[in-house]
Design a binder for this molecule. Structure first.
Ligand code: SF4
Length: 320
């Protein structure tokens, strides 16, 4: 096969025979981006041919929204799930935001509605509502401030109150509650990827891979986080591997994260006890190409939700 600089980046995780079926779409997408003045934002859970082959900006949902703000592109294509595309639109109201499959949802975002928040506020008058970024724009609009898994503790403690409502991820709320004196009222939403990990999975890993460093995402149940060596968001995990350079590591999170990060850290051995996110995997090279060709599906936010949802995100961003 002639030298292909894009394939060179992913050749350790994609066999040549698979790349042969991908390279036409990769070339077409990169040409379409130039023609349309578009950028592709890809979440850490996207597959390597997307993450390393066509994306311009990669990271967690917050990093994607922040970086997109700085771009002078006319079009943002979000290779991720719907709430991320909404957040990109909130932060970039003048740009066209596309998502290749509008059905790419999230079990956390779907676990709560604005009506649920109204009930929580009735039950807990005066208690501020912190919405994880993994929520719809409508839910963000009904909240006081957003948080990510990376800044949740700081946001909880920044409000100067003894008690907060933190939703919708029950496990993230429980994990943060162990680190702070602020009382946290949680909601019973779960990430369908992270809730499936068990402490036994991690104990088995340690037994079969002596010396392994285990990093767990804080959307995992607290009993899983308790037996990990370290817990942090996808951005924090990537940073940990890059700076600490463990000889052998396991990332307790979505499958593609290890593939993507392993390509950037060839000296580290990755053991991959992963679970797939079916929503993230709705995004493919084929539908990215189709989205740029047809300019579908464009993301719009209900005007009634736009300003309060953006305010909740901006309040979080103001707390650095
Ligand atoms: S991995 Fe979990 S939190 Fe992320 S999009 Fe999938 S279901 Fe939602």
């Amino acid at each position: 096969m002639p030298f292909d600089p894009v394939y060179d980046r992913v050749s350790r995780v994609i066999p040549p025979i698979e790349w042969a079926s991908m390279q036409d779409d990769v070339r077409a997408i990169n040409a379409l981006k130039r023609d349309r003045r578009a950028v592709i934002l890809a979440h850490n859970y996207q597959t390597p041919e997307i993450f390393h082959g066509v994306a311009d900006i990669v990271g967690d949902s917050l990093a994607l929204a922040r970086e997109a703000e700085k771009s002078d592109a006319d079009i943002i294509l979000l290779a991720g799930v719907y709430f991320m595309a909404e957040t990109a639109k909130l932060m970039n109201p003048g740009k066209t935001v596309l998502i290749p499959d509008a059905a790419a949802g999230c079990s956390l975002a779907e676990s709560i509605t604005p009506a649920d928040i109204a009930l929580l506020r009735q039950r807990h008058p005066g208690v501020p509502v912190i919405a994880y970024v993994n929520t719809s724009a409508a839910v963000k609009a009904a909240s006081d401030i957003c948080c990510t898994s990376g800044n949740a503790k700081r946001i909880v403690e920044s409000l100067g109150v003894p008690e907060v409502i933190m939703l919708p991820d029950e496990f993230l709320a429980q994990n943060i509650a162990r680190e702070t004196d602020i009382k946290i009222i949680a909601w019973a939403g779960h990430c369908e990827v992270h809730e499936r990990f068990t402490p036994a999975d991690l104990i088995n890993l340690r037994e079969s891979h002596p010396g392994i460093v285990i990093l767990a995402h804080p959307e995992c149940p607290p009993e899983v986080v308790a037996v990990a060596d370290f817990s942090g968001s996808t951005a924090v995990m990537a940073d940990y591997v890059a700076t600490q350079k463990p000889a052998r590591v396991a990332l307790i999170t979505e499958c593609s994260m290890s593939d993507n990060i392993s390509l950037l850290n060839p000296a580290t051995q990755f053991v991959r006890p992963c679970n797939l996110c079916p929503h993230m995997k709705r995004i493919t090279l084929k539908n990215i190409r189709a989205a740029l060709e047809t300019m579908q599906t464009e993301v719009h936010i209900d005007p009634a939700h736009f300003a309060p949802a953006r305010r909740a995100v901006e309040r979080m961003l103001a707390d650095r």
